[in-house]
Design a protein around this ligand. Structure first.
Ligand SMILES: CC(C)(COP(=O)(O)OP(=O)(O)OC[C@H]1O[C@@H](n2cnc3c(N)ncnc32)[C@H](O)[C@@H]1OP(=O)(O)O)[C@@H](O)C(=O)NCCC(=O)NCCS
Length: 370
């Protein structure tokens, strides 16, 4: 979607004439990626950042129009990218007073303005134009983003979502866990993911139907589809291979007897594991359910220890997860820190047309992050 009409941005310091357009050719994308790498590619070389974008563009979630790049270029010099961002497809699950249904959404990522042009309204114009696209041709019911500048997005009409987290500290020595108390689990690999995602989505739809929804509220989440889960797995594998020349094979753990599993995201460079998704047990009493989740988290901690990672992070843990982390703390002495993320990866949501709705966003875990 190339727009040729220049937009004039005036402020006390300058008058800029810019063009808003979608970067579609390889050359346009490389120019945009070079700008994005200045803000988001600090742990990669510029070539490594471009290589990662190229690799991620070939992932199922991003293929075709799954991943779109938007930019503001100087009207007089279309090769000079002043600001850019990306939109990436998300499958939303929505329940309101009328029904539970699947709708289209997006994640906005890599919003950046060239540092010499900041504070002149460029990101504001870019986000306004992208919002017009989301509300129009993009047909987005809602969009999400994760940023370190939540207040900036609030000023643009976005709403901040919860950003609680539990951090499990990986113990320095091997755990003596008295294995018999916990149910059996087995490691998950890439081959397990499609079947499990299908089951997860099916269970979530069922949970949404049964949810006791307060009047006038909307229950929303992003579906943990195979494409969604494998996207982050591909991303971290690329990053690990760049930084450490290797990446873990094991992607998570499953407790078949409880119909419960987790996927994890092992970041070797930052020595941190983040739990992507926890599929909670079904049809179990509370004690059995808690022990199953605790065992899955123990597997995560053991995997983290194997790779010398220091912590395991859980985003917005549900009450079932809290019960499990409490058990790990009381029975095995695992240190658990519960806190609010104040400055990193703050999730924000925007409803179609900037409409204000009473949103319950759940689950609100790490898996839809970009
Ligand atoms: C955040 C960023 C995109 C803003 O770009 P910009 O073109 O300078 O933004 P604009 O000129 O349209 O808007 C500037 C406004 O945002 C505000 N702002 C900038 N950073 C902010 C922050 N961290 N928190 C709150 N407000 C912020 C400014 O105070 C200014 O407010 P004003 O218009 O009332 O004076 C730019 O600073 C940037 O590229 N940062 C590095 C990358 C990044 O952090 N991206 C966002 C996370 S995905």
């Amino acid at each position: 979607m190339a727009e040729t009409q220049p937009i004039t941005i005036e402020n006390a310091r300058s008058t800029l004439k810019v063009i808003f357009s979608e970067a579609t050719t390889p050359e346009e994308r490389v120019r945009s990626a070079k700008l994005a790498s200045t803000a988001f590619g600090k742990s990669l070389t510029p070539e490594g950042y471009l290589g990662r974008d190229e690799y991620l563009a070939s992932q199922p979630l991003a293929r075709g129009t799954g991943w779109r790049w938007w930019c503001l270029t100087l009207a007089d010099n279309p090769e000079q990218v002043l600001a850019m961002c990306k939109t990436m497809h998300r499958d939303l699950l929505i329940r309101d007073s009328s029904a539970t249904r699947q709708e289209q959404g997006y994640c906005i990522c890599s919003v950046v303005t060239d540092s010499t042009y900041r504070g002149r309204g460029l990101a504001s114009v870019l986000l306004k134009k992208v919002a017009e696209w989301l509300d129009g041709p993009g047909n987005a019911t809602a969009s999400i983003l994760y940023s370190d500048v939540g207040d900036f997005y609030v000023s643009k009409g976005w709403d901040i979502l919860d950003s609680f987290e539990s951090i499990l500290t990986v113990p320095p020595s091997v755990l003596h866990k008295g294995q018999a108390q916990f149910p059996e689990t087995r490691p998950l690999t890439t081959d397990d993911i499609p079947r499990l995602c299908e089951r997860d989505v099916e269970c979530l739809k069922d949970d949404f139907q049964k949810y006791d929804l307060p009047k006038d509220s909307v229950l929303v989440t992003i579906l943990p589809t195979t494409n969604m889960i494998t996207w982050l797995q591909a991303r971290i594998a690329y990053m690990n291979n760049q930084s450490n020349g290797k990446t873990p094979e094991v992607k998570g753990s499953i407790c078949e007897s409880a119909d419960s599993w987790i996927y994890w995201y092992s970041d070797l460079l930052h020595r941190k594991m983040t739990i992507q998704r926890v599929k909670l047990p079904r049809d179990q009493d509370q004690a059995t359910s808690t022990r199953a989740i605790a065992r899955l988290l123990l597997d995560a901690i053991e995997e983290a220890a194997k790779w010398e990672l220091l912590e395991v992070d859980l985003w917005n843990p549900s009450p079932e997860l809290h019960n499990a982390t409490k058990l790990l703390n009381s029975e095995l002495g695992i240190k658990v820190t519960n806190q609010k993320r104040e400055s990193e990866h703050i999730p924000c949501l925007r409803w179609r047309g900037g409409e204000k709705r009473s949103i319950i966003f759940s689950p609100n875990e790490f898996y839809p992050w970009s």
